[in-house]
Design a protein around this ligand. Structure first.
Ligand code: ADP
Ligand code: MG
Length: 530
């Protein structure tokens, strides 16, 4: 086979060997994030190739910064990135669970079960779990929503900040929630984050409206405007620089002045156009000609230049305006409205804040060093993601491994009804779910197996709300997670199940791996040198 020319330049592993190698890679990856799971999880110090450091407890951050080459490990990292995008949380859980599914599959393969039977069993198990989840869901009251947001921060930042950030994230989420075609939509990207190195973490706060670290082009412009119209330019208000290959044939002495005067008239016409549209606030992506600063100020216009495109987009959404490439093309429909625009100095830094009808909010992340500010920023992003999600879909599940244990118990009963070899796969799926409570126990310094058994037996003995019993990692004993306020959005677990199952199934389907041989010690030859 290896005589086939295309395979000459590759190393190849097939069948069981391929599967074993792939699963080893998946387990190694899970090993890298295992110790970060849960509030008792440890932090990782990441160092990039330029020596910059970051301390984090976030699974997806660890994985994305690791320069992983193995294609299967990359597939799991993808699953974790998708988890982050869809549910904003549960990234470590997704990787641990998919690696565990693969490990358990390998044990079944050794017993002679074919990977495709395992695949079918895993699918059955996933759909049984999805159905079961509906019976485990708890309604997210506002108080529980706050607690769920705090749970998402557990272990990532100290507890006073967890409470503070959870509250701020909820306020921010409420500021951007809207109704679109009958659906409630809370888009976290509508919340702007500003960083402020120098203060205390606890000074981090929310301001209404959109705030940017900007100063108006001249201080003779008004500092504060109330209720007016805004124009957004995805370009500049400048003289056109001559292109390098343009020749200007100056034949008479006054010609250059005439040329300059014409340019200036064209710019002034643009300002007249702004005035005729009633614009009092102007933001441009590029520059504003120095000559125009005074003219704009005299027209009572507050103008800002070099505003990032992303910020212009946020302004456009908040003010109901449309971006245009230049002023001349502006029509009445492109103009938006604002309630107030103020340019002030806060702690020695310029800040421009625009309040609009459409709400919007800005989170000011503070901290004494850029590392701590970064930490606050990341934690806020997580908390905001969870808060927004809960406004869109107010359903919760119990955390602390309670839900996974309840699902595993359900699956084991369900497995008994399946006649074929898929039964074994459904049981393996149940075992894999328990990786979450086992790892939570391990990271809390408890014996994983004994702890798991204690929780399972309490759920089995329990009455109505037994499926809420999980592991309280702080008190190190089984407890009702609902009473403790350890709750999580339904979407996290739904996505962990779907994403991890999908990733595991794709790995199980591979039975042939071809690696291109890349030997860096051999210089690359020119094609016809030999
Ligand atoms: P992930 O990246 O998967 O979200 P985390 O490190 O955030 O990983 O850990 C989440 C897990 O920690 C969830 O299973 C959650 O239920 C659990 N957890 C959070 N707080 C507690 C707590 N106080 N007691 C027990 N488990 C908790
Ligand atoms: Mg989390």
């Amino acid at each position: 086979m290896s005589d086939v020319p295309i395979l000459k330049e590759t190393t190849r592993s097939t069948g069981r060997e391929a599967l074993r190698n792939n699963i080893t890679a998946a387990m190694a990856l899970a090993g890298a994030v295992r110790s970060t799971l849960g509030p008792r999880g440890m932090d990782k110090l990441l160092i990039d190739d330029e020596g910059r450091t970051m301390v984090t407890n976030d699974g997806v951050t660890v994985l994305e910064s690791a320069q992983v080459e193995h294609p299967v490990a990359k597939m799991l990292i993808n699953a974790s990135t998708t988890q982050d995008r869809i549910a904003r949380d549960g990234t470590t859980s997704a990787v641990l669970f998919s690696a565990e599914l693969l490990q358990n599959a390998w044990e079944l393969v050794l017993q002679g079960v074919h990977p495709s039977a395992i695949g079918r069993g895993y699918r059955m198990a996933e759909s049984a779990c999805r159905e079961r989840l509906n019976t485990l869901v708890i309604e997210a009251t506002p108080e529980r929503q706050r607690r769920a947001t705090e749970t998402s921060l557990a272990g990532k930042i100290h507890s006073a900040m967890q409470t503070h950030l959870a509250e701020v994230a909820h306020e921010a989420a409420k500021a951007v929630v809207e109704e679109r075609n009958g659906d409630v939509v809370a888009d976290p990207t509508r919340v702007k984050v500003l960083t402020n190195v120098g203060g205390q973490m606890a000074d981090s706060h929310l301001v209404t409206g959109l705030s940017l670290p900007k100063k108006r082009v001249t201080s003779s412009m008004p500092r504060r405007l109330s209720a007016g119209r805004i124009a957004l330019i995805d370009g500049g208000l400048e003289r056109k620089g001559l292109m390098s290959d343009v020749k200007l044939n100056v034949t008479s002495s006054g010609m250059l002045e005439a040329f300059r005067a014409k340019e200036r008239t064209l710019l002034l016409e643009q300002i007249d156009h702004l005035k005729s549209l009633g614009v009092t606030l102007l933001a441009c992506k590029e520059g504003i000609d120095d000559d125009l600063h005074r003219v704009l100020a005299e027209a009572g216009i507050q103008a800002f230049r070099r505003v990032a495109r992303a910020d212009l987009d946020l302004l456009a959404r908040g003010c109901g305006a449309r971006l245009n490439l230049n002023v001349k093309a502006l029509t009445r429909d492109d103009i938006g409205v604002f309630i107030e625009s103020r340019n002030e100095r806060v702690n020695g830094k310029d800040r421009w804040t625009v309040d609009t009808e459409e709400g919007g909010a800005t989170f000011i992340a503070c901290g004494s060093t850029s590392d701590t500010v970064g930490e606050v920023e990341r934690c806020f992003a997580d908390a905001l993601g969870v808060a927004c999600q809960l406004l869109e879909e107010p359903s919760l599940l119990a955390g602390g491994g309670a839900t996974q244990i309840a699902l595993a118990r359900h699956l084991r009963r369900h497995a008994e009804t399946i006649p074929g070899r898929e039964q074994l796969a459904v049981e393996a799926y149940a075992d894999a779910l328990e990786v979450i409570p086992r790892t939570l126990a391990e990271n809390a310094g408890l014996d994983p197996l004994d702890t798991l058994l204690r929780v399972v037996s309490q759920q089995a003995q329990g009455t109505d709300h037994a499926h809420f019993i999980g592991l309280d990692v702080l008190e190190k004993q089984p407890a009702n997670m609902l009473d403790l306020g350890v709750v999580e959005p339904l979407r996290i677990t739904q996505q962990v199940l779907a994403g991890a199952t999908e990733a595991a199934l794709s790995v199980l389907r591979i039975d042939d791996v071809l690696w291109a041989k890349q030997d860096p010690t051999e210089p690359e030859l020119e094609p016809n040198e030999d």
